[in-house]
Design a protein around this ligand. Structure first.
Ligand code: HEM
Ligand code: HEM
Length: 184
C-alpha cells in the first residue's frame, strides 16, 4: 500500500499553520485572561468569536471550524502513524516528534470536542449537559478551576511548537524518510 501519512501530513500543514496559530492564541488568551487577569466575560466572548470563527457569521463559522477541526484531526492521525512508523534524530524533526508524543491525545480531544460543540450548538441542538461535558473535556475542566489554565497552556503552547517546528521542516526540501522496508 502506497504510504500516505507523510505526503498527507506535509501537504495539509501549509494550509493549517495560520488558522492553528489563531486557534491556539485565542484559546490561550481566553483561558489565561479569564483565570489569571480578570478579563471581563464580554471581552472573553469576543475572543471566543475569533476562536470559533463566529465573527464571520454562523454559516461561515461552521465552514471555518470544520476546516480547522477536521484539518487538525487529519494532522493528528497522520502524525500518529508517522510517530509509529518512522525514526528521526535531529533538529526540529526531533523536537516535533517529542512534542507530538505528549500532545497527540489532547489535540485529538480538543479538535473533536470543539467540532462537536460547535455543530451541537448550531446544527444538532445538543442538550446543555452534553455541551458542558464537551467543553469540560475541551478545556480540561476535570483539572478544576486552578488546574485548567495549566492544561490550556500545555495544549496551546504545544500546538504552537508543532506549527513552528512543522513549518521549519516544510522549508527543507528533503525529508528524512524511513528505510524503504518500513512503509511510512
Ligand atoms: C498532534 C499533531 C501532530 C503530530 C502527532 C505530528 C507528528 C509528526 C511526525 C511523527 C512527523 C515525522 C517526523 C519524522 O520524519 O521523523 C511529522 C512531520 C511533519 N509535521 Fe507533524 N505532527 C503534528 C502536527 C503538525 C502540525 C500542526 C504541523 C504544521 C502545521 C506539522 C507539520 C509537519 C511537517 C511539515 C512534517 C515533515 C513531513 C516530511 O517529512 O515531509 N505537524 N509530524
Ligand atoms: C481545531 C481545534 C479547535 C476547535 C474546533 C475549537 C472549538 C471551540 C468551540 C466551539 C468552543 C466553544 C466556544 C463558545 O462557547 O462560544 C471552544 C472553546 C474553547 N476552546 Fe477551543 N477549539 C479548538 C482548539 C482549541 C485549542 C487547541 C485550545 C487550547 C489552546 C482551545 C481552547 C478553548 C478554550 C479555553 C475555550 C473556552 C471554553 C469556555 O467557554 O470556557 N481550543 N473551542
Amino acid at each position: 500500500m502506497k504510504p500516505v501519512s507523510r505526503p498527507l501530513h506535509r501537504s495539509l500543514s501549509p494550509w493549517l499553520a495560520a488558522p492553528l496559530i489563531l486557534v491556539a492564541l485565542t484559546g490561550l488568551t481566553y483561558r489565561i485572561g479569564r483565570s489569571w487577569f480578570g478579563m471581563p466575560k464580554e471581552v472573553g466572548n469576543q475572543v471566543l468569536d475569533f476562536h470559533t470563527g463566529m465573527w464571520l457569521g454562523k454559516g461561515a463559522s461552521l465552514v471555518y471550524t470544520s476546516m480547522v477541526g477536521f484539518g487538525l484531526l487529519a494532522l493528528t492521525i497522520s502524525g500518529a502513524v508517522l510517530l509509529w512508523k518512522s525514526r528521526a534524530k535531529t533538529g526540529s524533526r526531533r523536537w516535533h516528534r517529542i512534542v507530538a508524543w505528549v500532545l497527540v491525545l489532547p489535540l485529538f480531544a480538543s479538535a473533536s470536542t470543539g467540532l462537536l460543540h460547535h455543530y451541537g450548538e448550531l446544527v444538532f441542538g445538543f442538550e446543555k449537559d452534553t455541551q458542558s461535558l464537551l467543553m469540560n473535556i475541551h478545556q480540561g475542566n476535570w483539572l478544576g478551576p486552578k488546574g485548567r489554565p495549566f492544561y490550556i497552556l500545555w495544549v496551546g503552547l504545544g500546538l504552537l511548537t508543532l506549527v513552528v517546528t512543522g513549518v521549519s521542516m516544510l522549508r527543507r526540501k528533503t525529508s528524512v524518510t524511513a528505510p524503504k522496508t518500513l512503509a511510512s
